[in-house]
Ligand binder design. Structure first.
Ligand code: AMP
Length: 129
């Protein structure tokens, strides 16, 4: 199913990209729970994560782990949390969220960042890949 993430994959919409390979893309969430909140997506259009082929799913996890390790180095936090929701955008995405407290993973508290802060954060994560 085509969604806003297809437009990001095709370069029709801008995103603060963190990592990319032939099959996957990581970019900052535009309405982050916390600074550094990153989404990892497959480039193939798939709505629900558990509908992915097993090997494709495992590759997404591998890609997400690599990004999470870079995120943990780039953004001070107690640990990086991972969540999959998908109620808003019907394209598989893994949320990676730097955590200081339980509220950071609850999707109720949001952080306002300037475009410069988004750019700098994406660059810092990418530099730690
Ligand atoms: P959910 O589908 O409930 O897992 O949430 C979708 C997430 O995608 C939300 O955290 C949104 O802030 C995020 N999001 C929606 N549109 C964009 C976009 N254009 N760029 C980056 N993140 C987005």
């Amino acid at each position: 199913m085509s969604s806003i993430f297809t437009k990001i994959i095709n370069g029709e919409l801008p995103a603060y990209k963190v990592a990319e390979d032939d099959d996957f893309l990581a970019f900052l969430d535009i309405n982050p729970n916390a600074k550094g909140h990153t989404l990892c997506i497959p480039k193939k259009e798939i709505d629900k994560i558990f509908d992915m082929e097993e090997e494709h799913y495992m590759e997404l996890m591998k890609f997400s782990r690599k990004v999470a390790l870079a995120l943990e180095k780039a953004v001070p936090c107690k640990r990086v949390g991972m969540s999959v929701v998908g109620l808003e955008v019907p394209h598989v995405h893994v949320h990676l969220i730097p955590l200081q407290e339980m509220d950071d993973i609850r999707f109720t508290k949001k952080e306002k960042l300037t475009p410069e802060a988004f750019e700098q954060t994406a660059k810092q994560i990418a530099e730690n890949l």
